[in-house]
Design a protein around this ligand. Structure first.
Ligand SMILES: [Zn+2]
Length: 289
């Protein structure tokens, strides 16, 4: 397969500081304890790698509030606020009232991460099939609340769809003419990607693109229109090669960009130009560096 040959011929590009390409990390969890006390150093490593914008994303109300605080403290950080489908134990019946005041903050650029996850279900943790049904229904309900809030406030959404692309699309498509979704950490095939693009939404790719066994993800990247994709780390998870297995951080977007530019057969400069433009169009509240 072409993609694996491209992967093997992966080259390191050398730049002087003056001509470094700029990339954005559109999805990181900087509020996770992995990063406590270390953010100034992490941000400066990111800047030294050309990563001048980092969007940190909440998974519940508390981490969403913390994400907004980080956005207030650091110029290069922006926030996305919402409830992750795996973190609903502590969610209220209605999540809109807690999120609404955060959403109007000038540096809150979208709602998320929200969506559906069938990878972690109660039955995988001693629960019954009936528990699974209740949990799935709750995920759909809270996903809908966040989609409705996003429509109300004119925001886009960051979507989590692990092992649940079909049920996620079934809900999302009812809102697809009113907002756009970033289908984050995209690992599905090109046909699935096309369904998302056809709805006017887009996909983003993590360090998985650099993993040796991720041929399908690389095929999907090749098939994805250049202006319909964004880059992200999902830090602290999914560190790209050559850091695989270690804690991930926003500076590593550079490694993902190297592989994506190879797969697309374009320069890092072209990838920088198009992905940054796509990111600003998707998150209109994001300011230029
Ligand atoms: Zn995430």
């Amino acid at each position: 397969m072409e993609a694996s040959q491209t992967f093997v011929s992966y080259r390191f590009h050398v730049h002087t500081a003056g001509e470094m390409e700029v990339f954005y990390d559109t999805h990181a969890h900087l509020t996770f304890p992995d990063f406590s006390c270390e953010l100034p150093a992490l941000i400066s490593r990111a800047h030294n790698a050309g990563i001048t914008r980092i969007i940190t994303i909440g998974t519940d109300l508390e981490s969403s509030q913390q994400a907004v605080e980080l956005a207030e403290m650091y110029e290069s950080i922006y926030a996305v606020v919402g409830w992750h489908p795996n973190d609903l134990e502590t969610a209220p019946e209605d999540v809109q009232d807690g999120l609404r005041p955060l959403c109007v903050h000038p540096k809150v650029v979208a709602i998320g991460e929200t969506g559906i996850d069938h990878y972690r279900l109660p039955s995988g943790n001693g629960g019954s099939e009936a528990d699974d049904l209740i949990w799935k229904k709750r995920q759909v309900g809270i996903f809908r609340q966040q989609l409705e809030l996003a429509v109300e406030l004119g925001l886009n959404v960051v979507i989590h769809q692990r092992a649940a692309l079909e049920p996620t699309l079934k809900v999302f498509e009812q809102y697809a003419d009113k907002l756009k979704g970033q289908f984050h950490c995209f690992v599905d095939d090109a046909t699935s990607m096309e369904r998302i693009i056809d709805m006017g939404s887009l996909v983003s790719f993590t360090g998985i693109a650099t993993f040796k066994n991720a041929e399908e993800v690389r095929r999907t990247i090749i098939a994805t229109p250049l202006d319909k994709l964004m880059l992200e780390t999902d830090s602290p998870f999914l560190a790209p090669v050559p850091h695989r297995g270690k804690r991930c951080e926003p500076a590593f977007v550079k490694h993902i960009a190297e592989v994506v530019s190879e797969l697309k057969g374009i320069t890092l400069g072209e990838l920088s130009r198009v992905t940054c433009a796509t990111t600003h169009a998707f998150f209109p509240k994001l300011k230029l560096p």
